[in-house]
Design a protein around this ligand. Structure first.
Ligand SMILES: *[C@@H]1O[C@H](CO)[C@@H](O)[C@H](O)[C@H]1NC(C)=O
Ligand SMILES: *[C@@H]1O[C@H](CO)[C@@H](O)[C@H](O)[C@H]1NC(C)=O
Ligand SMILES: *[C@@H]1O[C@H](CO)[C@@H](O)[C@H](O)[C@H]1NC(C)=O
Ligand SMILES: *[C@@H]1O[C@H](CO)[C@@H](O)[C@H](O)[C@H]1NC(C)=O
Ligand SMILES: [Fe+2]
Length: 446
């Protein structure tokens, strides 16, 4: 399936000559796994996964259509309630339903809570389990899903995630949610159908959101000049708690992990709010409390697919040095509709005068994982940089999801799952040794 990409092929040929005939590129595995490359259509609005729940003004996407009530009744043993708020927004000639947001405080750790939303005959009941208290050896399993959309393939990805015996407890979503912007005037009814589609998982476990290019919804010629409007009205994130001024970048501590979400489509240069926030955030991470440092952003900093090649390059030049300095364990991205995992590499030695401008292997630098293979209507990307660059460890254009299972402060297990395989099959996997603890024991053993 891998096609040679002529332009870059010749660049590598020149590099080869420069090195006196040494083959500069002998990367890892370009999987030759066979799949049909049909593009999957969006599921029609009449599909079972988009069905509106029965009952007058019943909450959907966990939210009712008319104002109804923002009250959430919740209980583990005793019933309590919390009252939220609602927002609405317009997008060109679309008017959103009432979007209710309710924060429930003072919950116990590690407890299953039931909750009810809606009024009278149209209440609906769900449940969630609160995370364990933060601590260095607390095991926890994250799911990784990206670029999901709402096709038949998207539905397969979600089903595989739900059926994976690794049992993800929280999804790290790497951006590009509904793909409503593929419809004329970004038909926001497709934001609603997406909310109903993912409700079967989102209502029961947290999804930690990051925004991709399909969340920008920028349509100034139709009066829609506020970027990220549908997404930020629908998907609230606790950004103020981490001192951020925008829902597009923030952090969350979960079990033994510290998750930093950043935005590929917001300004990030020196003196921008995002840059200043990140510079304050990275030194705050206490690896004795949360050993695992994970960064999530939509656009990958390392990717060897032809499509979107080097789109993350300016951010890499800006930020990679900090991810290396602060020993980020892994960086998850999407955007490229395929799967790829890099070696542990860094490319931060270059300055404007030296010639050190190639990625170098370094066991104390992050692994970069592209998991943009959720299955949206744009289909998979097959064209790759050929030959496979050395920093690329494994790449394959198939739909799927991944899991990151933290065992304790030193060890985590990562696995990628294809939709075409059985639920427990792992198509790529890697044991992670925590970079902070690995490097402190390396120092201690001198
Ligand atoms: C989506 O997946 C679920 C769970 O596997 C299945 O019950 C449902 O019929 C699927 N719907 C469509 C439209 O593919
Ligand atoms: C919005 O405008 C489009 C294009 O003119 C039209 O097809 C659609 O029916 C309109 N929707 C509503 C809710 O008025
Ligand atoms: C980091 O966390 C550890 C363990 O809780 C604590 O002992 C230490 O004082 C913290 N370090 C800083 C700089 O806050
Ligand atoms: C951490 O987990 C790994 C894998 O389960 C295990 O081999 C290792 O002994 C554990 N380390 C500690 C300090 O518990
Ligand atoms: Fe994208």
């Amino acid at each position: 399936m891998a096609m040679s990409w002529v332009g870059f092929g010749s660049v590598y040929l020149l590099t080869g000559l420069f090195l006196g005939g040494l083959r500069s590129c002998n990367g890892g595995i370009s999987s030759s796994y066979f799949r049909s490359n049909d593009i999957s259509d969006d599921m029609p609005l009449s599909s079972d996964v988009f069905a509106v729940p029965p009952g007058y003004n019943a909450p959907q996407q966990v939210t009712p259509n008319e104002p109804g009530s923002s009250k959430v009744i919740y209980w583990a043993e005793l019933k309590k309630h919390a009252v939220g708020t609602f927002v609405t927004y317009k997008y060109y000639n679309y008017s959103s339903p009432y979007l209710h947001h309710c924060t429930i405080k003072n919950l116990e750790y590690n407890t299953k809570y039931f909750y009810k939303v809606g009024t009278r005959e149209a209440t609906r009941q769900f449940w969630f389990t609160t995370p364990p208290e933060v601590g260095p050896d607390v095991p926890y399993t994250f799911g990784l899903i990206g670029d999901l959309g709402q096709t038949f393939d998207s539905n397969r990805t979600l089903t595989h995630y739900e059926s994976n015996p690794a049992k993800g407890q929280t999804v790290l979503f790497v951006g590009d949610l509904s793909y409503a912007d593929k419809y004329p005037l970004h038909d926001n009814n497709r934001w609603d159908s997406w909310g109903r589609f993912v409700e079967r998982n989102v209502a029961y476990q947290p999804w930690i959101w990051s925004a991709g290019n399909h969340e920008i919804d920028f349509l100034p010629q139709y009066g829609e000049g506020e970027p990220f409007k549908p997404c930020t009205h629908r998907y609230f994130v606790p950004f103020e708690a981490s001192g951020s001024t925008s829902p597009l970048w923030y952090s969350i501590k979960r079990a033994s992990a510290y998750i930093i979400v950043i935005s590929s489509y917001s300004t990030y240069g020196v003196s921008t709010p995002q840059y200043k926030w990140l510079m304050k955030e990275l030194p705050k991470v206490n690896r004795s409390k949360t050993p695992w440092l994970i960064v999530v952003m939509h656009c990958p900093l390392y990717s060897t697919y032809a499509h979107h090649y080097m789109e993350g390059e300016t951010m890499r030049v800006m930020y990679e040095q900090y991810f290396v300095k602060y020993k980020v364990d892994v960086i998850f991205s999407g955007h490229v509709h395929a799967y790829e995992r890099t070696e542990r590499v860094s490319n931060i030695a270059y300055n404007i005068e030296n010639c050190f401008c190639a990625p170098r292997n370094d066991e104390f630098t992050p692994v970069y994982i592209t998991i943009g293979d959720g299955g949206n209507q744009e289909g998979l990307l097959y064209e790759m940089v050929d030959p496979q660059p050395k920093y690329s460890a494994f790449r394959e254009p198939s739909h799927g999801h991944a899991t990151f299972e933290i065992k304790n402060r030193t060890t985590a297990y990562y696995a990628w799952h294809r939709n075409l395989d059985g639920y427990s099959v792992e198509a790529d996997s890697l044991w992670f040794h925590n970079l902070y603890w690995k490097s402190s024991s390396a120092v201690a053993s001198f």
